[in-house]
Write a protein that binds this ligand. Sequence first.
Ligand SMILES: Cc1ncc(COP(=O)(O)O)c(C=O)c1O
Length: 364
Amino acid sequence: MGEVTARLDDLPLRDDLRGMTPYGAPQAPLPVALNVNENTHPVPDEVAGDILDSIALALRDVNRYPDREFLALREAFAEYLGEGITADQIWAANGSNEVLQHVLQAFGGPGRTAFGFGPTYSMYPLLTRATGATWVAGTRDDDFTLTPESAAAQVAEMDPDVIFLCAPNNPTGTPMPLDVITAVYDASRGMVVVDEAYEEFAPHDEPSAVTLLGGRERLIVSRTMSKAFAFAGARVGYLAADPAVVDALRLVRLPYHLSALTQAAATAALRHAPVMLGMVDEIVAQRDRISATLEALGYQPHPSWTNFVLFGGVDDPAATFRALFDRGILIRDVGIAHHLRVTAGTEAETTAFLDALASLGSKS
Ligand SMILES: Cc1ncc(COP(=O)(O)O)c(C=O)c1O
């Protein structure tokens, strides 16, 4: 006993999972963690009390299964999104990762393909393969932008069953104009998923892909409460689409997949959307400060409509990552040559990062 010697290869694992590595953003208890694009501001005190009251109320009925259709929460999301969206167009799950998994379970799966323009969110290929489909990567221009012509041509050639458009894109921060989305939709046969995880950090007057939903039954817009709403630990993501798409997702979800406590917490948080989103402008200010300072230090920050900045001009990303780590600052090496990615933190965290980077020596 006590000798656990089996290795993964010894188990009768699915053949198509052999050799895969799990999602693995480093988790380290450093004072300044700017590596996974969280909102580093806590839930405001004035809202926390109301959320707690709602959770306490839900706890009284926790002997019962929750509302399988999470109607109150869907109505709250519909109201938050506006644009005439109704509750029957809303789906939600434990983080937008699970929302995307539901989409792949319903529309991907064995013998099918999912597609995205790399570099893009690292979970798309993992979720695709885990649900038995094949991942196909398209390409972007050198500055990570996409033209409608190039995007449509690549999609027409690959003819995928599911297409992921990360808007704006992680890990590059790149905005995605609506004409790229409509061009991809018109050139495709499969489901088109616009992942708007960072939408609230885009300029307020820029329209969301939610405005494109009418009359496009293969279009899905997914969102999360993890970023702008400072709710990453609660695990709540959602999407808006045609009601028929929502019917398809009901076929693959586990019954009662959203706990009563999650539903209560998220519904309460949405009642306070303006306060919950109060830190967005401050985070955007820190993001723009990061870009300006990086440029002054001789690095090449890429334009970002998110809460993070990808920057080039890093001679040795692994060495810079390590030097910052040793100074108590965790950022992300996303595997793009000569680049690193940093999340905009509070003003103090952002200052700590910029000062530490500057102390490594100016580039110019
Ligand atoms: C583009 C994108 N989509 C989805 C997610 C998943 O968010 P969550 O599962 O926390 O809702 C992330 C998280 O970093 C992301 O960057």
